[in-house]
Design a binder for this molecule. Structure first.
Ligand SMILES: [Zn+2]
Length: 268
């Protein structure tokens, strides 16, 4: 079988798997700040509370087929669900497609003491760490975007895969520490200059969550991607003119930074 076939196979597999995971992330984003369980219970329409059937839950396709409306109450469904699913599908496809072999494979900087581990499981472990951390970051940033307080357990879901990845790729530690330091410095500067919007939460929680998120993002993905991500996010923030729009766009900085950096980190 040709290499191209396997690359395409990995991309399609990654995309489908990512769509399913994205659908689960939507559940997490909605339920975690409301202290609802994410492991049990049917999905339901947030408007009419009708239980959703299997056919209503196919990522993206259900949204397109139902033309963005609830089958039971006909109220519009937020396009955000489909966007989160597409973004997750895209990142999974890109990661699984790129990292299986070729110049971007994680095995290219495998340390000597892990030489006994074959390349395939090593690559798989690094890919799993990166994707798990991406999912946790996406959930966290979207909960912040909704001006809710992310549950503390999410720190673990970001930290553990990040530390595991560094233990698999110890050569990257300095770059990651620099990334965290840079991200924290940027957040501190924004905070000092009062450029951040006031949330509904207490100011301290707001500052802490933002700081932790950017610091962890920076630490997770190393210096160059976080610089690029902050640049993307700043351009977004600068595009805002009206105060309400500015507030919305500034809140989008974190999700945008997470997504942009997730794409960029694959290439570095
Ligand atoms: Zn409904």
């Amino acid at each position: 079988m040709s290499d191209l076939f396997w690359v395409l196979y990995r991309i399609v597999f990654g995309a489908l798997f990512g769509l399913l995971i994205g659908s689960f992330l939507n559940v997490c984003i909605y339920r975690l700040p409301r202290h609802e369980t994410i492991v049990r219970g049917h999905s339901y329409c947030p408007n009419c509370l009708h239980k959703l059937a299997g056919a209503d839950l196919i990522p993206i396709f259900s949204y397109l087929f139902l033309r963005g409306r609830c089958r039971y109450c006909a109220q519009p469904i937020s396009p955000r669900y489909a966007r989160i699913e597409s973004a997750t599908g895209f990142i999974f496809a890109l990661t699984v497609g790129l990292w299986g072999s070729g110049p971007f494979t994680p095995a290219s900087d495998k340390p000597d003491y892990l030489a006994a581990i074959p390349d395939a499981p090593y690559n798989m472990a690094v890919v799993c760490c990166v994707l798990a951390a991406f999912c946790a970051l996406l959930v966290w940033s979207m909960i912040l975007f909704d001006e809710q307080l992310p549950p503390r357990a999410l720190y673990g879901f970001i930290l553990i895969p990040a530390l595991l990845r560094l233990s698999l790729q110890p050569g990257r530690i300095l770059l990651h520490l620099a990334g965290a330091a840079f991200a924290i410095a940027v957040w501190w500067l924004l905070e000092t200059l009062r450029l951040l919007p006031e949330g509904d939460r207490t100011r301290r929680n707001h500052v802490f969550s933002g700081l932790a998120l950017l610091g962890l993002t920076g630490g997770l993905i190393a210096l160059q991607p976080i610089m690029a991500a902050i640049l993307v996010a700043s351009v977004l923030a600068l595009l805002a003119k009206k105060p309400e729009r500015a507030r919305r766009l500034v809140r989008m900085v974190l999700p945008a930074a997470v997504l942009a950096s997730a794409v960029i980190w694959l290439f570095l």
